[in-house]
Design a protein around this ligand. Structure first.
Ligand code: HEC
Ligand code: HEC
Length: 331
């Protein structure tokens, strides 16, 4: 028996190396594979918000609690007014991530019973490379610059400016980021035909165009355009409103924050009283005009009071504002 040992060892070594090379060659890309894993396999540089080691107190679970409930156990609430999910969904918001059309976004929200919110979804945020795009630069000025290509800075800006809260401690920030990595895009989220998957596993010269191909299936940024209220608020945006669409906007958007004073002191419900109040002020040049609120939001006072974020044209179209008006004014 003894004399066979070297031979067996030899066989073992061969088997091991075969198994290893085989594992490399069969690196599979399927629907569950994270998009970043595929991109990295093709040689794409890791993003600067990658986490290599989590600091001691940090964990993904703490991050999840901060995002959804505003606190990680004993630490005081990140913000007295909001949690991240007051304004951001943690689900995907389009069936096809190349879309940006607010009506498709609403249709998807209706179908999946999601709120219709002013912020971009946190789902897939780690797959973006630029933040607070477009007109947000006008709103927050120099504050936006460091966040432009830095997700950590973007989170901190939102913690202080959007949430009107305090800055996250480093271990809280890393926890939030770690949770956001659990919301990264998977291959099945993209409308890439599955038969294309094979070519992403090959060691090819043309990796750069494969990377570009994959990225063409989603947005690496969230475009943002501010819109003004209509000049003549009586006439509105001059579009015929669809009350049934407006009902969804009222319920999935306005009531998300205003029902039972969930995130705002201004209490609204689906009763006649609330709807009449909003309907009456809609065409006025007053603080309570929904044109005013939707397009400009309510002003923020750092660290003091809750404010209402405005909706960009990507998050609510003029047509949808008229749909809301039609619902509220419906007899
Ligand atoms: C009161 C509403 C509100 C709250 C609360 C809020 N945000 Fe935001 N956030 C926004 C808005 C509005 C934007 C800019 C529009 C957008 O998301 O594209 C934004 C932008 C961001 C961005 C950049 C997204 C992008 O694609 O440009 C990140 C990241 C972010 N917020 C994270 C958070 C986190 C984490 C929290 C909780 C600590 C939070 N936000 C709380 C409203 C809010
Ligand atoms: C992300 C949460 C959020 C969403 C969504 C939201 N609001 Fe608000 N809204 C607020 C907050 C916060 C205020 C500031 C009032 C306060 O102090 O609580 C406010 C203020 C207002 C006001 C001014 C009244 C006042 O007392 O300040 C009106 C009118 C209003 N919202 C209408 C709407 C309508 C219509 C919608 C749906 C299109 C809507 N809101 C969606 C959070 C929200």
């Amino acid at each position: 028996m003894k004399k066979y040992i070297p031979f067996l060892l030899f066989l073992g070594t061969i088997w091991c190396s075969l198994a290893m090379t085989e594992r490399k060659a069969t690196t599979v890309v399927n629907g569950d594979t994270p998009v970043w894993e595929v991109l990295r396999g093709l040689g794409e540089k890791a993003p600067n918000h990658e986490i290599t080691v989590l600091p001691k107190k940090a964990s993904t679970e703490i991050g999840r609690r901060i995002v959804h409930f505003g606190s990680a156990k004993s630490v005081r609430q990140q913000s007295a007014h909001f949690v991240c999910t007051s304004c951001h969904n943690t689900e995907k918001e389009f069936a096809d991530l190349r879309d940006n059309d607010p009506q498709k976004r609403l249709d998807y929200a209706i179908e999946h019973n999601l709120p219709f919110l002013p912020g971009s979804p946190l789902y897939g945020v780690v797959n973006r490379s630029s933040f607070y795009n477009g007109d947000y630069e006008k709103k927050y000025g120099a504050l936006v610059e460091p966040t432009r290509n830095n997700l950590r800075e973007a989170i901190q800006l939102c913690a202080v400016e959007c949430s009107q809260g305090r800055e996250l401690k480093n271990w809280e920030l890393e926890s939030v980021l770690s949770y956001l990595w659990t919301l990264e895009l998977k291959m099945e989220d993209l409308k890439i035909p599955a038969e294309n998957y094979n070519k992403y596993t090959e060691n090819t010269e043309d990796a750069a165009s494969l990377i570009a191909e994959i990225k063409s299936y989603y947005h690496e940024d969230s475009p943002a355009h501010f819109v003004a209220p209509p000049e003549d608020r009586k006439a509105g945006y001059g579009l015929e409103g669809d009350a049934s669409n407006g009902e969804y906007i009222y319920k999935l958007s306005c009531l998300h924050c205003h029902e039972d004073q969930r995130y705002s002191m201004f209490d609204l419900n689906d009763g006649k009283l609330s709807r009449n109040l909003l309907a009456k002020h809609f065409p006025r040049y007053s603080y309570y005009s929904s044109y005013q609120m939707i397009r400009y939001g309510a002003p923020s006072h750092p660290g003091k009071s809750a404010y209402m974020p405005q909706f960009t044209s990507e998050k609510m179209s003029n047509q949808q504002v008229e749909d809301l008006r039609a619902y509220l004014t419906k007899k």
